[in-house]
Structure formats: structure tokens, C-alpha cells
Design a protein around this ligand. Structure first.
Ligand SMILES: *[C@@H]1O[C@H](CO)[C@@H](O)[C@H](O)[C@H]1NC(C)=O
Length: 483
């Protein structure tokens, strides 16, 4: 039995950990050599060019010497304290004869490009590079995620989408976390905000987090086309490639499906798999992506009756050739073994896997009897329905919509039967055998305030005017200066 404080701790843990941190990878930093056309940061003998029309916010970490600088009309420098530019440092070691360096275009960096995000469960994990693998749809921030733009970084992101707004829980820019809708929209309309975010949709913060311990729907399936538009799938070598829910490409590997019940905690279970399996040397190459997904359910494989929520675990091993997916498959078997022995303590009712080698397996804990009962019950109802129909047809009731009472003495019972055997009502009892029990029990406890909360990086001079005046040669009327 858990004592009160333990229970409280458990709930706190749930509140904090059920959303993920999604960090934007590209930056528009002056010091990042990938932002320069020649792949190097310009030095004292070089001429620096920003094309006149560029709308960009550029973070400068340190001091740089340049020979000449051509600035854009509508951009900004965000200078770290002590950062700046000076002329005449050509003698610094490693600086060549000099040339013209152009700051590269960052217009095409799309919010919905899954390759431009990395995910982690905590800010520490983000910092230390312990990233999570996810299917493409969930690589892009989900509606309950915390979005992070690196603290000492500038960026430019195109938020164009088919919807007017992109809901997320919080957004951190330059070390400041925005969790209030109004505060963030105010930031978006500021000079920096407009340089950093462009495109048709507005990012809106203040969406509630995921309060369901068993996980929440990411909400990005509406943007599936847009997300997959920037993904190129690689050729596969396995026999039966699989397509995980929310992914843009077929994969070689294995997919484990977990049928959860009350007490299941997505985050705890992810940690369990991490500590039990992923630490093993043989599973070093494994990428594990785990989330709640909705699969449409079909009665006897044909008649759709709604969607059921289950936990999808995607396992990829990065192997190619005939070995592709084999390590992932052996992990899938290990996971099923674990479910078989411990599942009832973990809130797992059953599990099954499919592998790209063509094999599959399932393990239903106890629920298999319920399933059989459900099927038998369903079949019985179906048979009854058929029998009633036969009777009705024989008595020609079905061809006689208007029946006068006296001519049919047995009519009252028949009409009531007909009412009860309405197809729509029959769908109800049929469902029960197949529906996964889903226990959405939102915790009433509020999420803990983000540890990162109000932390502001003090070393960065953020003020607009300050930024423009630290650099004495930055002048909107005169975009050219010579040494
Ligand atoms: C430079 O930018 C690239 C691509 O935008 C990014 O992957 C890389 O992490 C950045 N480098 C540093 C040191 O931040």
C-alpha cells in the first residue's frame, strides 16, 4: 500500500512528465558555420553580407572582427553581453586572405518538418542530448507539449499550416518561458517575435497539459500530409515492412501494441522499458517510440465501430540487409514476455506484436475469455436478428409497413420486437466484447509549475533598442559601411 505522501509524489510525477519537451534544432546564430554560404564563420579579412531583404534575427555570442558588413534593412542582432563587431582584426590566426561571406537563407525552415525537432522527457535530457525517438507526427510538437527554442540562440520558423493556430502548452524563447496566451501573442507582435515566427498560422500557448497518466492524443494527425511532405522515405530490405500509426514511412522493425487498463502510466512504462531492456548492450541500436494512438475498430474485420485507444511501441534497430528488424523483433518478444509476467501490475490487459519479418504474436491477460464471451454473445445476437428477420419476412411483415391491428393478432409483440432489434441499438451490445477498456481519469492536481518557469538568461541583452544601439554602425538608412 502506498502511503499518502507517496501517492502525492506519484501524482506530481504524472503531472510533470506526461508532456514532452520538443526543441527546435536549426538556429540563425552568427557563430554557427552552417549558416554561412562557405561553411565558415567570417573573420577579420572577410566581407559579410546579409541580403537587403532578409528578415532575420541573428544571435551573436562573442566579438567578431570583419572588414566590411552589409546589413539587412529589417533584421536584428541579439548581442550577448560583451559581443559585438570591430574592424581590423585580420591578423587573427587562421584567418585567410579574405572573401565575401553571405548569411544563408533560413526562410524554408518549417514548423511541421519533423526532422527539425528533437524530443525529451525533461529539460535536463534535452541539455544532455538524451533524446526520444517518435513517429513523424509526434516529432513535431503535440498540443500538450512544451516547445523550446535554445536559450542562447536565434531562429526563424515558418508556421504556415492549414489551421489558423498551432496550440501548444508553453514556448520558451531565449530562456524565457511563455505560458500565458496573451503574453505570448504580445511577444509575437514584437519586433523579435515577428522576425522569429512567420507564416500563416499563429502559435498559441496556454493549452492544458496531458493530465491522463496513460497518455494523450498528440493531435497532429490533421497535419499528416504537411508533416509527411518534408519526409523522404528510405528503401527497405525486410520482407513485410510495417507502417506505424502516425509515421510517414514504412519501417523494418517491430510494432508492439499494448492494451492498457486502469493504472497504466505511459511515462513509468517508458522508463521501465528503458531500464529493463534498452540498457542492455544487445539493444544499444534500438530506437523506441511509444505513444497513445487511436486505431479504428472493425467488427469481424468489416463493420467499423469507432476507434479504440491503445499504446503503440515502435521498435527500430537501424540494421540493414537480411538482418533488418531482427533485433527489434527479439526486443518485441522480450517485451511480451515481460507483459505476460508483470502486465497485471502495470495496468496492461494484453499485448501483441507484428514484425517486419512476417511473424507476430499476442498475449492477452485474462481478457481473452472476455473476448470469447463477447464474440459468442455477439454471434448469438446476430443469429437472433437473422431469425427475427426470417420470421418477419415469412409473415410478410417486412413488406407491409402499414398493418391494421385487427388483421394481425400477434402484431403488438412483433412490433415491439422490431423496435428492439433495430440495427443501431444492436451495435451497442456487440461493441462490448471488443472495446478496449479505457479509463480516462484526469487528475485533479494541477501540473507543477515548470522548473524553467521564470528563468531569464541574464547575460543576453534582449531589449530592442539596446540591440540596435550596441552596434554603432547599424543604421537603417545606411546599410553599408567600409573599413
Ligand atoms: C548549427 O546549425 C545546425 C543546423 O541548423 C544544427 O544542427 C547545429 O546543432 C548547430 N550547431 C550548433 C553548435 O549549435
Amino acid at each position: 500500500m502506498l502511503k499518502m505522501p507517496d501517492v502525492f509524489l506519484l501524482f506530481c510525477l504524472v503531472g510533470v512528465t506526461n508532456a514532452l519537451y520538443k526543441q527546435w534544432i536549426p538556429d540563425t546564430n552568427y557563430e554557427n558555420k552552417t549558416n554561412w554560404d562557405k561553411g565558415v564563420v567570417p573573420c577579420g579579412n572577410d566581407k559579410v553580407q546579409f541580403s537587403v531583404q532578409r528578415k532575420v534575427s541573428v544571435y551573436v555570442e562573442t566579438t567578431h572582427s570583419v572588414q566590411e558588413m552589409r546589413l539587412p534593412v529589417g533584421g536584428e542582432f541579439i548581442l550577448n553581453s560583451g559581443a559585438g563587431f570591430y574592424v581590423g582584426g585580420g591578423q587573427e590566426p587562421g584567418c585567410g586572405a579574405g572573401g565575401t561571406h553571405q548569411f544563408k537563407d533560413s526562410e524554408s525552415s518549417q514548423w511541421f518538418n519533423p526532422a527539425l525537432w528533437q524530443a525529451a522527457t525533461t529539460l535536463d535530457d534535452l541539455q544532455n542530448g538524451h533524446f526520444l525517438f517518435s513517429v513523424h507526427e509526434e516529432s513535431v510538437p503535440c498540443q500538450y507539449d512544451d516547445v523550446v527554442f535554445k536559450a542562447r540562440s536565434s531562429f526563424r520558423v515558418d508556421t504556415t499550416s492549414s489551421k489558423p493556430s498551432i496550440p501548444v502548452q508553453t514556448v520558451s524563447v531565449l530562456g524565457k518561458t511563455f505560458s500565458s496566451r496573451s503574453e505570448f501573442s504580445q511577444y509575437l507582435s514584437s519586433g523579435s517575435g515577428r522576425l522569429q515566427f512567420h507564416g500563416s498560422s499563429t502559435v498559441s500557448v496556454g493549452n492544458s497539459g496531458c493530465a491522463d497518466p496513460s497518455g494523450c492524443d498528440c493531435g497532429n494527425s490533421v497535419s499528416h500530409e504537411r508533416i509527411c511532405g518534408s519526409v523522404t522515405c528510405s528503401p527497405l530490405t525486410c520482407k513485410k515492412p510495417l507502417r506505424p500509426v502516425g509515421h510517414c514511412c514504412d519501417v523494418c522493425g517491430a510494432i508492439v501494441t499494448i492494451h492498457y487498463t486502469i493504472g497504466f502510466n505511459l511515462q513509468t512504462y517508458r522508463q521501465r522499458l528503458q531500464h529493463l531492456f534498452l540498457v542492455q548492450p544487445s539493444y544499444k541500436s534500438i530506437q523506441l517510440g511509444m505513444s497513445k494512438v487511436f486505431k479504428s475498430q472493425r467488427f469481424m474485420g468489416i463493420i467499423p465501430f469507432g476507434a479504440s485507444a491503445e499504446i503503440q511501441i515502435v521498435l527500430l534497430d537501424g540494421k540493414t540487409g537480411p538482418q533488418a528488424g531482427m533485433v527489434a523483433e527479439s526486443l518485441a518478444r522480450d517485451i511480451l514476455k515481460d507483459v505476460h509476467s508483470q502486465g497485471s501490475h502495470l495496468g496492461i490487459a494484453g499485448a501483441e506484436f507484428q514484425a517486419s519479418s512476417g511473424s507476430s504474436n499476442s498475449d492477452d491477460l485474462g481478457s481473452s475469455t472476455e473476448m470469447v464471451v463477447g464474440i459468442v454473445f455477439g454471434l448469438l445476437i446476430l443469429l437472433t436478428l437473422v431469425a427475427i428477420l426470417v420470421v418477419l419476412v415469412r409473415k410478410r411483415v417486412i413488406h407491409m409497413p402499414q398493418i391494421s391491428m385487427p388483421s394481425m393478432p400477434s402484431m403488438p409483440s412483433l412490433s415491439s420486437l422490431k423496435k428492439n432489434s433495430d440495427i443501431g441499438e444492436l451495435g451497442g451490445p456487440l461493441d462490448h466484447g471488443f472495446d478496449n477498456p479505457m479509463f480516462d481519469k484526469p487528475t485533479t492536481l494541477p501540473a507543477l509549475p515548470s522548473l524553467y518557469g521564470t528563468e531569464v538568461n541574464g547575460s543576453i541583452s534582449l531589449t530592442q533598442s539596446g540591440v540596435h544601439f550596441v552596434n554603432p554602425v547599424y543604421d537603417e538608412n545606411e546599410t553599408d559601411f567600409n573599413a
